[in-house]
Design a protein. Structure first.
Length: 348
């Protein structure tokens, strides 16, 4: 079902080897029933895009990996405008500015019916956002809050939902101590989620100085884990026992292990990256966390639309789609100077 004159082709980035992408012209995607076509206005680079960006060979296209057959690559942090709707979608949504909740469940299983779609056995991800247009299920497209621009709105799905959901899973109580390992964009969200939950103190650990500064500006105590005194200081700040809760966004195995070891006995560890290195003999609660339950969005969105969860200063770089290689290059190389790098399309 077509609502307005649409172009028949679009530009999309297609991986062309390690650290390389070509812009190619491809047909506009079909819009199935229940779906919409979104004109991508911003697609942010996620840390999870980087291993694939550097890989020589395309992946099988599962769970947001490179798909050799589909242009647009991995991008899953997407904001834009609905320009066309499929059957069974309200035509009044054309023109709506949306961000995409990219984790899609089947909608029918027990987990999906309970709003916990990230647990669905048939879960899929809306990706291929490094293109001019992308297709998404209509119900995953949520309105952009009035005072958010497209680059900031593109961060809601993964930079707010993922850390806030992990902080919620940890069951932080007011006055509990929390250590956040890794202070990248997700880690900074874990800091904000901990502070919103009333944790005190909140201690962030990251070797990158600019990232520690961001965490300090949000009210955390920031430590450099490479400094030999940092682990002793973490213990000292938590009554000599270690924090009640550790939230980890580090993928590195040694850092994951340090994060686990720093946790007090009977403490809770939630990881959004890396592998929980728990040994069964140690009495600590460990869980992974991925994405955000659909049912948790109302309370989480309340935090971001009220600006208690502050996203305003995350975006350090904007690049047009044709400069996608520079965008990935700076995101992968400059950890001090870049935070969120967002690829944009012109307003036309
Ligand atoms: Zn992401
Ligand atoms: Zn399901």
């Amino acid at each position: 079902m077509s609502n307005s004159p649409m172009p028949i082709s679009m530009l999309a980035a297609k991986k062309a080897g390690s650290g390389k992408a070509n812009l190619i012209e491809v047909a506009l995607p079909e819009v199935p029933s229940g779906h919409v076509l979104v004109h991508v206005r911003a697609c942010a680079i996620c840390a999870s895009d980087l291993p694939e960006w550097n890989a020589q060979v395309a992946g099988p296209g599962k769970r947001g990996e490179w798909d050799a057959d589909n242009p647009g690559m991995t991008g899953h942090e997407i904001a834009g405008d609905i320009v066309q709707v499929g059957d069974a979608v309200d035509a009044g949504r054309v023109g709506e500015s949306v961000w995409i909740d990219a984790i899609v469940g089947c909608g029918r299983c027990e987990a999906c019916r309970d709003g916990r779609q990230t647990l669905c056995e048939q879960v899929s991800i809306v990706s291929q956002g490094f293109a001019e247009y992308v297709v998404a299920p209509a119900r995953q497209c949520r309105p952009i809050p009035p005072d958010f621009d497209y680059p900031i709105a593109s961060l809601i799905f993964d930079m707010v939902g993922t850390p806030m959901s992990a902080a919620k899973l940890a069951g932080i109580k007011a006055g509990e101590s929390v250590a956040v390992w890794g202070l990248g964009p997700v880690g900074l969200g874990l800091v904000q989620g901990s502070i919103i939950a009333g944790a005190s103190p909140v201690i962030g650990l990251d070797p990158v100085a600019s990232r520690r500064s961001r965490a300090e500006a949000r009210g955390a105590i920031a430590l450099d884990p490479m400094h030999p005194a940092s682990l002793g200081r973490l213990r000292h700040l938590t009554q000599g026992k270690g924090p009640h809760v550790v939230l980890s966004s580090v993928a590195n195995q040694n850092a994951s292990r340090q994060a686990f070891d720093s946790l007090r006995l009977e403490g809770r560890l939630v990881t959004v990256a890396g592998f929980p290195p728990a040994g069964g003999e140690v009495r600590k609660w460990v869980s992974g966390s991925w994405g955000c339950y659909e049912r948790d969005w109302p309370e989480i969105l309340e935090q971001v639309t009220s600006h208690r969860f502050v996203l305003d200063d995350y975006v350090t770089h904007l690049f047009p789609l044709r400069e996608i290689e520079q965008a990935f290059d700076i995101r992968g190389r400059d950890l001090e100077g870049s935070f969120k790098v967002v690829v944009t399309n012109d307003q036309t």
